[in-house]
Design a protein around this ligand. Structure first.
Ligand code: AMP
Ligand code: MG
Length: 347
């Protein structure tokens, strides 16, 4: 397990380096920028790296990376020491009748509020309370099994995000934030939003420390700070179901985030059918449409994270319609047949 993690991390960093360095060499009139200091680590089961393209010190990069440990202790659903774990197990708060109330961190408060906003905006394509269903799909197991219909039916009863009460209990003067939940089996899962939030936070932290050019990668989330010597960064979009690092296409960006959700990231196959990790909240089963991946490019990484998941759930037609209404996002979809749909062309 440890060895494969290290192997994964090494190959991931190699791929990122290749993808991110080829961009500026193509345009000869722009200044070639060689990478400066770089750090990497594994948090929330995700390979994370931060590479500066200016003179940002190793110490600043290490501090920035170290913050991932704090975020893991807030947002991880499975880490037994995390804030989210306590919430999902209804510990550390006050229980009155059927209601559990707990003080939450500002980070948790921010993410839950925005998660609720996007639940509404995407008509529950993005749903932060699918934990009871997600728990049934054990992709990490050596022998994963398809859950029974009865189990799924039961779990689906606890997937209403509007049971979360996070409004009206904010005390402005003391800066305390509270969350109330029913004492039932509702489980919050922030796997589709937390990395985007963290990428934005790390970006702000780096910029506060004076960093002007850098790339932060958290698995499928990439944040490119600055313009890398005027040429921008070239980021590869993974070719679905191909070897890790094989690119379907590249995009050139600056001061933006590129986030991909793909059905090939975590899945198992039974009787010729793929069961992947992105769940259709209306059925409790993995989303079953024509899309293999959705990439969202946006200066707001949390938004890109939420929408890459949500638009994948919506499918190409509804997803492109959604993208067309929002000029702050550029969406690239890859179908299971390998066709590329681009909101700036097909939208
Ligand atoms: P992402 O890779 O950003 O698309 O996030 C996928 C992760 O988000 C999964 O591993 C689940 O933890 C969670 N998830 C799966 N389906 C949904 C959904 N429809 N809405 C919100 N979160 C989801
Ligand atoms: Mg996401």
């Amino acid at each position: 397990m440890k060895f494969s993690r290290v192997k994964r991390l090494t190959s991931f960093i190699l791929i990122c380096t290749i993808c991110l360095t080829c961009g500026c060499t193509r345009l000869s009139f722009q200044k070639t920028v060689t990478p400066g200091n770089s750090v990497s680590g594994l948090y929330f089961d995700t390979a994370i790296s931060i590479t500066a393209y200016d003179d940002t010190s190793l110490e600043v990069l290490k501090d920035t990376l170290g913050r991932c440990e704090d975020y893991e202790l807030i947002f991880s659903r499975t880490n037994e020491n995390s804030e989210l774990y306590a919430i999902n197990h209804r510990t550390g708060g006050v229980i009155e009748g059927d209601k559990y109330t707990v003080e939450v961190s500002e980070d948790m408060y921010n993410v839950l509020n925005i998660a609720l906003k996007y639940s509404k905006e995407t008509e529950l394509a993005f749903n932060p309370t699918l934990g009871s269903v997600i728990k049934l799909w054990d992709y990490h197991s050596d022998n994963p099994v398809v859950p029974s219909e009865v189990e799924i039916e039961k779990a689906l009863k606890f997937t209403n995000p509007y049971v979360m009460d996070i409004s009206g209990e904010l005390f402005e003067e003391t800066n305390e934030h509270y969350l109330s939940l029913p004492m039932d089996e509702t489980i919050i899962d922030l796997g589709a939003i937390a990395k985007g939030y963290i990428a934005d936070e790390l970006k702000d932290y780096l910029q506060d420390k004076g960093c002007r050019e850098a790339v932060i990668t958290l698995g499928g989330n990439v944040y490119c700070i600055g313009c890398k010597g005027g040429a921008g960064y070239t980021v590869g979009i993974q070719k679905p179901f191909d070897s890790k690092g094989a690119t379907q296409m590249t995009v050139n960006i600056s001061d933006s985030s590129v986030v991909t959700s793909g059905i090939y990231e975590r899945y198992f196959e039974t009787d010729g059918k793929i069961y992947h990790h992105i769940i259709d909240g209306s059925t409790g089963y993995p989303v079953d449409n024509e899309l293999a991946s959705v990439t969202v490019i946006c200066s707001d990484s949390m938004k890109a994270d939420v929408l890459s998941t949500a638009l994948l759930c919506m499918g190409s037609e509804k997803g492109l319609e959604y993208a067309k209404r929002d000029p702050s996002i550029h969406v690239i979809m890859i179908t299971r047949d390998g066709e590329v749909l681009d909101s700036e062309r097909n939208g």
